[in-house]
Every structure is written in C-alpha cells, then in structure tokens.
Design a protein around this ligand. Structure first.
Ligand code: ZN
Length: 207
C-alpha cells in the first residue's frame, strides 16, 4: 500500500472544508491509519493550508498553544472528537440513515454566530481573531452545517479503494465517482485489480 503523507497533507479531494478535515486520517479504514494532524500545531498547519483561518489568527493561536500546552491538548481532543462525529454523520448519510447530531448541535450552541468575511489570497476567510484555542473548530463546524443543510448531504461519497476511507461530495452528473482522486487511488486500485486478475489467470493455468 503506497503512502504519501505529503500528498495527503496538501491535496484536498473532499470538496468541502469539513470533508477535507475528515480526511486528515489517511488510510482511515485500513488496519494502519495514518494521523495527519497528530497535535494542535499540526492541526493549525492544516488550517493554514486549507485556508480556514487567516495567517494572523494562526500565529496568535500558535502563541497561545505554546504558552498553554495542556489547554492546546484539550482543544485538540475536542477537534479530533468532532472529526469522529463527521465520520459517523457521513457514513449515515451514505447509507441513507438518520444522523445523530446531538454532539454537533451541542458544539453549535457553544459556537458564536459566523463573523464577517475578509479577503485572503484569491478567496475569503472568516474574520476570526485567534483568541481562543477552539476557534479553528468553528469554520469546520460551519462547513458541516452548510453540507447538512444543502443538496451536498445526498451526494456524500467515500473512496472505494481498499482502506482509503476518504470522503467527498460526488458532483459527477450521474453520481458515479468512485475515488477520492482518480490519479491517486483510482490508478493504484485499477493497477491492483489488473494484477490480481493476471495472477488468478496464471495460477489457474498452473493449477
Ligand atoms: Zn482514496
């Protein structure tokens, strides 16, 4: 199984912030999942690459996390628990089942209303100040509410490659998307299946 943490950390196949965050556990459904955000600092790095917070907010939060490591660890635990919730919600959506939103609704009750947006690079970002360690969780939560309250909810898919487990919004016209990325998982899985087929043929002849 080929693993490329650099690819996983910088390429976003989910199509929505909350799904790309769900995909920060690489090879999620394999026997050896790989954690891409092992601590709060790594998570802030992801927020920067995915563009969910301004560079100023990230810098401010990095300083707070350095001063209060125990609080940063607690915030990280909360963030990873939201990620597990997103997995459960997405799996329920894919099966056409009702999602348990108790935890998400509790987080929404604690979160502030969405702030104004500010320009950053070629897009916009929520104008958060980097004052509290749970701040980076909010753009993910707001992205999740946008998915759940839109047609996206009926288009959640999960990569069919063995062990990948990455989620995406299937925006293909006939909802036929199979892979998180056709170039990565698609190519690898096609090669694996072709190899398995050839092996079967060869062993069939010799047997
Ligand atoms: Zn995949």
């Amino acid at each position: 199984m080929s693993r490329d943490p650099q690819r996983a950390a910088t390429q976003f196949f989910g199509g929505r912030v909350c799904l790309d965050f769900a995909n920060t556990l690489d090879w999620r459904t394999s026997a050896e999942p790989q954690e891409l955000v092992p601590n709060y600092a790594a998570f802030l790095g992801w927020c920067g690459r995915r563009g969910t917070l301004s560079p100023q907010a990230i810098k401010a939060l990095e300083l707070i996390a350095l001063k209060k490591p125990a609080d940063a660890a607690a915030a990280q635990a909360e963030i990873l628990s939201l990620r597990s919730e997103i997995w459960s919600i997405c799996d329920a959506l894919r099966r056409g089942e009702r999602s348990d939103l108790a935890r998400v609704n509790a987080l929404l009750a604690q979160a502030p209303s969405q702030p104004s947006l500010v320009r950053t690079g070629s897009s916009y970002v929520h104008h958060l100040q980097g004052k509290t360690l749970s701040e980076p969780l909010w753009p993910i939560l707001w992205s999740l509410t946008a998915v759940l309250t839109s047609a996206d909810a009926s288009r959640i898919g999960c990569c069919q490659a063995d062990g990948c487990g990455w989620f995406y919004v299937d925006e293909s016209p006939n909802r036929t998307r199979l892979w998180c990325s056709s170039e990565v998982c698609g190519n690898r899985e096609r090669a694996r299946r072709a190899y398995a087929k050839r092996r079967k043929k060869v062993s069939g002849k010799s047997g």
